[in-house]
Design a binder for this molecule. Sequence first.
Ligand SMILES: Nc1ncnc2c1ncn2[C@@H]1O[C@H](COP(=O)(O)OP(=O)(O)OP(=O)(O)O)[C@@H](O)[C@H]1O
Length: 596
Amino acid sequence: MKHLLRLNKYLYKYKWYLLLGTLFTIISNIFVIIPAQLVRISIDFVVESFTYYQVFGDGQLAEMARSGFLKFVLVFGVLILIMALLRGFFLFLIRQTVIIMSRLIEYDLKNDIFEHYQKLPLSFYRKNSTGDLMARITEDVSKVRMYLGPALMYGINLLVLFPLVIGYMLTVNVELTIYSLLPLPILSISIYFVNNMINERSEKIQRSLSGLSTFVQEAFSGIRVLKAFVREDDSANDFTKASEDYKEKSISLTMVQSLFFPLIMALIGISTILTVYIGGIQVMEGRIGYGVIAEFILYVNMLTWPVTSLGWVTSIIQRAAASQARINEFLDEENPMISSHALNDHIAGNIEVRNVSFVYPDSGIKALENVSFTINSGESLAIIGTTGSGKSTIANLLLRMYDPTEGEIWIDGRNINEYDISSLRKQIGYVPQDVFLFSDTIESNIAFGLDEIEKDKIEKAAKDADVYQNIIEFQNGFETKLGERGVTLSGGQKQRVSIARAIAKEPSILLLDDCLSAVDTKTENAILNALKDIMTKRTSIIISHRVSSAKLADKIIVLDDGRLVEQGTHEVLMAQKGTYAELYEKQTSANELVDE
Ligand SMILES: Nc1ncnc2c1ncn2[C@@H]1O[C@H](COP(=O)(O)OP(=O)(O)OP(=O)(O)O)[C@@H](O)[C@H]1O
């Protein structure tokens, strides 16, 4: 329960909705109690007048008594109708305040969680699955909203109606009150258990359904592999199995749900029978009028739903507390990546990496060991190395996705920690190894790093990335929509759009992480030549496992298993006849073979 205290700040923010909701609940309940009393008064009056009416027989007096009696009944009928209308109006207002409050808090909470997620470091995303992140911001928030909306609304109603009705019942007749309320606690407890069973089974169904949708999604996004390996029948069988599981769980839920209403009806029935039986005895003893029985039956009916909701509300609160605990767990995650001076300075691009070692916190893999190098502003550096040698890790550290385990990185003579992280990242044009394009137009994808769409910048970036011609050949040009992961583009086109996106924001540092792997060496050379102009004005880092990308760079470093094994220009490294020269020989002779 303490987890829900976190929501109090939101309740405080929307306190007026809550206070008005409570006020409307009190008023609406008054309009419930008064009609019950009117019913008692009118029934007692009818019984009494009927007795007199019989005494008068058929004369004029009898006629007068009859019309007076009818008028009385009509007035009471109209009064009861007005009360019912007023009650309806206030019920409408309760929902307009409390339920709207819950929707407003749900909106705020979702935004707060999303904003917090975005601040968390990459290591957080490595630790937690996307499905989990999504579930907490959607399903868990919905469960919390059930507490803030319906549960609070019925809870307030319960707190207002109980003392009002039971207090009043006790003043009318204590014995009858006790007997008529006897089955209600049993009702509340049974609803609590039935409801918990329903929730448990619904959750199982939910899990089964999400398993089913993941299966379907994967089958369709991997449809090419599926067809190529002729696994359609297997896939269909797996789907049938998963659906079977869903079907069985749904049927078991229906069984418990079927218990819900009969249970309520049976217990209300027992209450009514007890009221009529005990009330009947008291009427015969002359202790109460008939009207009291009718009034009490109305009270019992009035209390039935709140008592039922007590079990329901308790189980909603329990579930909301569990969900809020999961939400709090993520909200309490702190971002260790802080900037010590929040520098917003323009970066010229002098980079110095000093004795940097790095161990990935989640896997414990030592990706870099004592790596040092420098790049001056405007220079280009190529980082060459085999798979897993730590090249992308250097990109991660320069973008401050992680901090070095040992050693330091300096930019323009200041420790990288001193820069405001957003300002630093804004000045780096990063082209990741795994291209990710959004399901949007090509134009929006290229303009992703810009605050607003500037057509000339976008076109220039596309030309520099050697993808302009491809784009304008599409029917809709820059307005061409890309599918979920840019499916309409070829691998090489995607990489070039991704390069255009990085250069469009005119960064001080250009960081290309093996982003030309999907194009052949000829195209790679063409792109690098096209980028030459761009690269002379800024510091560029080209990460690649292909030496052909390195030739044009002012400086080359060679990594092997996290260590820097060689550095220098192409000519110097070739003359050294070390790892670089060996790689160069291997790769160029392989290319020649391909060309032949
Ligand atoms: N996010 C991560 N969490 C844990 N370990 C990682 C992570 N990223 C990379 N590693 C590990 O760190 C080592 C260096 O990886 P890195 O991605 O830097 O290599 P790379 O030289 O860029 O390789 P490639 O050319 O194949 O991309 C590898 O052993 C890899 O398994």
